[in-house]
Design a protein around this ligand. Structure first.
Ligand code: CAA
Length: 240
């Protein structure tokens, strides 16, 4: 039976490419989305991948979605925590709401879904978890104290949980993408983005597929000895 994979934020941007790559790898993929139903329906129509709507930052909604997936398809064995948002502003202009939204969606979601998936993975003695961090969690970024803290938190979370999973063949890894050509990055002011691209040795933004390739590697059935690691995919912009 093909393994069930859940990709949060899996209908757009980096998540869309991850969902498609995991399907190609033979996984039964479920892609979650939080709000953009139109994009999710278009994604489903184009790729034949099941979509499910829930807020990954909300524990009860995650619990209901995980129970629904388990009842219909079986427990989630591959979990990709990709859902993420930005609310960029310098700290003097950043509200408590902007902080909370980013911490809950980007980092709280990892806790919610890992906790909910973990017992099932332990019972199966198999699990593959990939948390999508960021170069900005490794290096920091002007105007992103919320996002950098959440993404940096993901890297610590990954190292801690990998130690809990190891004895059950549950691997927990992170990917730290650099600047990838998605709507999120295109929202950066053009003059700022131009300066960022100038600092990428590879000379271009990443593609969503560049990141998806890493997820396929880390979630392979035989990737059993890679755990607690962070794979930086950033065109050489930051060596960590
Ligand atoms: N370092 C030092 N100073 C900086 C700076 C930097 N990196 N960026 C801007 N400044 C300075 C400006 O030069 C300006 O100085 P002056 O007033 O002396 O001219 C001052 O800070 C204010 O700059 P802004 O006018 O840009 O301030 P703002 O309040 O309008 O906007 C901002 C601030 C929202 C942070 C804006 O600069 C911005 O959007 N920056 C991009 C942030 C970014 O890279 N986000 C990544 C999003 S994509 C992502 O997160 C995905 C991923 O994982 C990689």
């Amino acid at each position: 039976m093909s393994r069930v994979a859940l990709v949060t934020g899996g209908t757009r941007g980096i998540g869309e490419a991850i969902s498609i790559a995991l399907k190609k790898q033979g996984r039964t993929v479920v892609a979650s989305y939080a709000g953009n139903t139109e994009a999710a329906e278009a994604f489903h129509k184009a790729n034949g991948i099941e979509v499910i709507k829930f807020d990954a930052g909300h524990y009860e909604e995650c619990a209901a979605a995980m129970a629904d997936i388990a009842a219909r398809l079986g427990p989630v064995e591959i979990l990709v925590n990709n859902a993420g948002i930005t609310r960029d502003a310098v700290i003097s202009k950043q509200s408590r709401e902007m902080w909370d939204a980013v911490i809950d969606t980007n980092l709280g979601s990892c806790f919610n879904l890992c906790k909910l998936a973990f017992e099932g993975m332990k019972a199966k003695k198999f699990g593959r978890i990939v948390n999508i961090g960021s170069i900005n969690g490794q290096a920091g970024q002007y105007g992103q104290v919320n996002y950098a803290a959440a993404k940096s938190g993901i890297h610590g979370f990954t190292k801690a949980l990998s130690q809990e999973g190891a004895r059950y063949s549950i691997t927990v890894n992170a990917i730290a993408p650099g600047y990838v050509d998605t709507e999120m990055v295109r929202a950066v002011p053009p003059d700022v983005l131009e300066k960022i691209i100038a600092k990428i040795p590879r000379g271009r933004l990443g593609t969503a597929e560049d990141i998806a390739r890493g997820v396929v590697f880390l979630t392979a059935d035989d990737a059993d000895f890679v755990t607690g690691s962070t794979l930086s995919i950033n065109g050489g912009q930051h060596m960590y």
